[in-house]
Design a protein around this ligand. Structure first.
Ligand code: BMA
Length: 367
């Protein structure tokens, strides 16, 4: 029933999944072709949830892994499990200054082409954005100056942000599938804002200022007619329902209710991770259902995977009963930070366990 409802809803959302929803009554030609690409992606995610399944995601999966970089077809996930992750995540950081490569050195052309390949194999693509600080030109983590309180009244800050958002919109709007049609992607800007490590975080803006940034972002994309985006909102851990929604841009701006919760080593690490999940994801799922949105576990992982059976013993039991459309772990960046990886690679002591997770869980991987 849920699936039917969702597909019907998808077919009614003709031009964009949220914000600019139009009912069939507003349309003259509600044909399959006129359904926005984002609505087709929403229907796929809804269908996974209806089957009790979720896409397994990995950031920068085919860009690099343990002991390799940019080897066509390579993937640490595939090397261990035989399949690619169901979802691949990519980052736009530095697109705002017209760089050809993102902040982790991944060329934007590579992202565009890998995203198309992944779409062709039935996978889903998600995009985050570690944006420079528009005042200092420093990284996302440069909190020495707070742009958001200035955005409304300072034209220089606002104009910079508008130009940067426009570049992100142009890139995302230019993504095409193998047939040359718009490629639907999940876009998850301004993530982890409940923390204060990014310049758009809670100590550096009021809820109203943060929401204004989201609205500006949506307005710029919508003005350009970019309709291949599902918009994901993803604050971090340890939030009450009220805190989670304090910076929520609104149902008309968001398609996916997500959250980022990482696991940490240490004696209490596992219990803390489980309780952080059980305190937050159920209400995120509940609110998503009530609002006709999709729920997702937008970022997680245990850096360095010292716990060999983390996937089957910790992650999978914690999420298996939650109606989330995907779970995404972060990158295998061992080439510049040896302990910075989240998926076992061949020869890693957690590889057998990850293969079991692949074989026995409801996680979706693709050929
Ligand atoms: C962080 C780390 C950084 C990286 C950033 C953006 O979590 O992986 O090394 O630059 O994400 O991908």
């Amino acid at each position: 029933m849920k699936k039917i409802t969702s597909l019907l809803a998808a077919s009614l959302m003709l031009f964009s999944c949220s914000g600019t929803k139009e009912s069939a009554d507003d349309s003259t030609a509600a044909t399959a072709d006129s359904v926005a690409p984002s609505a087709r992606l929403a229907a796929r995610l809804d269908s996974a949830v209806a089957q009790g399944r979720y896409f397994f995601g990995h950031h920068d999966d085919t860009a690099y892994g343990n002991g390799w970089k940019y080897v066509k077809g390579n993937s640490d996930v595939k090397a261990v499990t035989g399949q690619y992750p169901g979802l691949m995540s990519w980052d736009l950081g530095l697109i705002e200054v017209d760089s050809t490569k993102n902040l982790d050195g991944v060329p934007f052309e590579f992202i565009a082409s890998e995203a198309a390949d992944h779409d062709a194999r039935g996978g889903v693509n998600a995009i985050s954005w570690h944006v420079l600080n528009p005042i200092t030109g420093g990284s996302s983590w440069d909190v020495s100056a707070a742009p958001l309180p200035l955005m409304a009244d300072n034209p220089a800050v606002r104009d910079t942000l508008v130009a940067w958002i426009d570049r992100a919109a142009d890139f995302i709007g230019s993504l095409k599938d193998k047939e040359g049609n718009p490629l639907p992607v999940i876009f998850r800007p301004w993530h982890e804002n409940s923390g204060s490590w990014f310049w758009w975080g809670s100590d550096h803006s009021s809820p109203e200022e943060y929401i204004a940034l989201w609205k500006l972002t949506r307005e710029r994309f919508d003005a350009k007619g970019v309709d291949n985006v599902l918009w994901a909102y993803s604050p971090d851990k340890d939030l009450t329902r009220e805190q989670y929604f304090a910076t929520y841009p609104g149902d008309e701006y968001v398609d996916i209710l997500g959250t980022d919760i990482y696991a940490f080593d240490g004696a209490d690490g596992e219990e803390q991770f489980r309780s952080r999940i059980s305190n937050q994801l159920p209400y995120v799922c509940d609110e998503a259902r009530k609002r006709g949105k999709i729920a997702a576990f937008t970022e997680t992982g245990l850096e360095g995977l010292e716990v060999t059976d983390w996937y089957t013993r910790v992650l999978e039991p914690a999420i298996k009963d939650l109606p989330i459309a995907y779970v995404c772990v972060w990158r295998n960046g061992t080439h510049d930070r040896p302990q910075h990886f989240y998926v076992p690679y061949p020869g890693h002591k957690g590889a057998d366990d990850f293969k079991k997770f692949h074989d026995n869980s409801n996680a979706i991987f693709v050929e």
